[in-house]
Design a protein around this ligand. Structure first.
Ligand SMILES: Cc1cc2nc3c(=O)[nH]c(=O)nc-3n(C[C@H](O)[C@H](O)[C@H](O)COP(=O)(O)OP(=O)(O)OC[C@H]3O[C@@H](n4cnc5c(N)ncnc54)[C@H](O)[C@@H]3O)c2cc1C
Length: 508
């Protein structure tokens, strides 16, 4: 019997796969998630920043996560070599989560199943035959081949394949993935216990300590148990091929100062193990019927503690793209393009952020481990795009301030559209869909080229449409709030000043 193809088959049951499965199933799609058996003893303790909360809400997972008993964290403590200690609490007293990944992943998989996704554990995906590669006419359906203990060879078909297989990159490795040659990193990890506590000002903090040729990092998962990992570059540190992992690990821990103190009197409860933490990315994150999601597409430095958040955000975006493509095929191409663009932007922003950290560390440790990383990889080479819709910056922009003063002093206005202004339909995201939205597009603003619709809730397209019809600012304001949701007068004047300063409107 040939069964109906699924809307989506998801390869991998980490945060990306489970989140995408939960969302798609909750939105009414048929989903099968295939995930292989993982070695629980190699599960890491990881830090999730407070900003994950929004994604947990989106997933409808907040209560389950908050009731799961994960340790909450109030911030980070960083030791720059033997120099200063930097203690940073999360902004506004927010808290993050310190999770053992095996438990966290299992929870997300249960949530995916409870939303209606078919979750098959112990399923190793061996091959994927993409519809786009078959060249056959007929409905575009891909085939995923996998095996379980009971049935070593099974096949499932789907309109979409989501590669959420992390570093394994079941499909991503077929020419999508580009390794970052500047950052080859080996992580060596072990867990430690200390029944009498750690003697730290705040034991919930993630600890980071840099040393000459690497860095160490520790995540507490209970008040008495913590994961301690060292990151080294096998190209710049002689790990001693003849030594076992344990003595390599101990030697690296021995290079730390503060962390060694924290561990003094503690017991290492596991044999250290190693895993690859080298960076890579994909310039193209999918194709027709295929998306590379989370770590399958790109891996950001663990230093950022944003890997899981990035995977969840990527999963949400992937679910939106699949949902859009299946419900409005005319937007499938636009949605796919948006996916790749967003994924690339998030990855690049993260690379820039860690490069800043590396540069700071390189000032203290003149070692190729740091200087190589401070040089940055390919995506960070370009300048950071100007945050030119940043309200704080706009408030200090001299042209905006001048336009504001001119508006205040004007007895009459005669506004018209600037010659170089275009109003174009551009892809935008709602919670579930990619839609086309009219936006203002100017050659130089906003610099990201995506165009702009809203500035502090002011609908700029509507404002540009209404502006030529009124000769006095108060009349224009009244006309605007009759057509659009209410906004404050200062915000309205600010937006109008920005439109004038950027050339979207001209006052004759
Ligand atoms: C040393 C280290 C420390 C880190 N620390 C942090 C941290 O503190 N905070 C943070 O947010 N991030 C951290 N990260 C990053 C984080 O682990 C990843 O970004 C995150 O796991 C990505 O989730 P994912 O779902 O994309 O991939 P993964 O979590 O890797 O999930 C992939 C899944 O696919 C499955 N799979 C693979 N191949 C197959 C196959 N052939 N068939 C079936 N299933 C398959 C795997 O078993 C796995 O379940 C760290 C990473 C490392 C290496």
């Amino acid at each position: 019997m040939v069964s109906e193809p699924f809307d989506a088959v998801i390869i991998g049951g980490g945060p990306a796969g489970a989140a995408a499965a939960r969302l798609l199933a909750a939105w009414g799609h048929s989903v099968r998630l295939l995930t292989r058996t993982v070695d629980q003893t190699r599960s890491l303790g990881e830090s999730l920043p407070p900003s994950c909360a929004k994604l947990f809400d989106l997933l409808g997972a907040t209560d389950a996560i908050n009731n799961a008993g994960f340790l909450t964290s109030t911030g980070n403590t960083v030791w720059w070599g033997e120099g200063t200690t930097r203690t940073a609490a999360f902004v506004d007293g927010a808290t993050g989560w310190q999770v053992v990944r095996h438990d966290f992943d299992a929870l997300l998989l249960r949530l995916a199943a409870s939303a209606g996704a078919q979750v098959v554990t112990g399923a190793l995906v061996r091959d994927v035959r993409l519809a786009s590669e078959s060249g056959r006419p007929g409905p575009a359906v891909s085939t995923v081949e996998y095996g379980t203990d009971d049935q070593p060879r099974q096949e499932v078909q789907a309109s979409f394949v989501l590669d959420c297989s992390g570093r394994a990159g079941v499909v991503a490795r077929r020419g999508f993935r580009i390794a970052d040659p500047t950052q080859t990193t080996l992580a060596l990890a072990a867990t430690w216990t200390r029944p009498d506590g750690w003697g730290l000002a705040d034991a919930s903090h993630t600890l980071v300590e840099t040393y000459a040729d690497g860095w160490a990092w520790s995540v507490p998962v209970t008040p008495h148990r913590r994961y301690v990992t060292v990151m080294v570059d096998p190209r710049t540190t002689d790990l001693g091929a003849e030594r076992g992992v344990t003595s390599r690990y101990e030697r690296e821990i021995g290079k730390t100062v503060a962390l060694r103190g924290v561990l003094n009197g503690a017991t290492r409860e596991t044999v250290p193990w190693g895993c690859d933490a080298s960076l890579y990315h994909a310039d193209v994150c999918g194709g027709p019927g295929l998306l590379l999601v989370g770590d399958a597409a790109s891996f950001i430095d663990p230093l950022s503690s944003y890997g899981v958040k990035k995977a969840l955000a990527s999963a949400w975006l992937a679910a939106v793209v699949v949902h859009t493509s299946l419900t409005n095929a005319s937007l499938a191409g636009v949605a796919l393009e948006l996916f790749t663009t967003r994924e690339r932007e998030i990855h690049d922003a993260s690379v820039r952020q860690s490069t800043t950290f590396f540069a700071e560390a390189a000032e203290r440790h003149l070692h190729p481990f740091w200087t190589g990383r401070a040089g940055g990889g390919d995506p960070a080479d370009g300048p950071e795009p100007a945050a030119d819709v940043d309200i704080a910056r706009l408030r200090e922009d001299t042209a905006v301030l001048a336009a504001f003063e001119a508006l205040r002093g004007a007895r009459q206005i005669r506004l018209r559209r600037g010659d170089r202004l275009q109003i174009e339909a551009r892809p935008a995201l709602t919670l579930r869909e990619v839609v086309l939205e009219e936006r203002l597009v100017l050659p130089t603003w906003p610099a990201n080229g995506h165009g702009i619709r809203f500035l502090r809730d002011i609908d700029l397209v509507k404002l540009v449409e209404l502006a030529p019809e009124h000769e006095h600012v108060p009349d224009l304001f009244e006309a605007y709030i009759r057509r659009c949701p209410p906004v404050s007068l200062p915000d309205f004047l600010g937006a109008l000043s920005v439109l004038l300063a950027k050339g979207a409107l001209v006052d004759d």
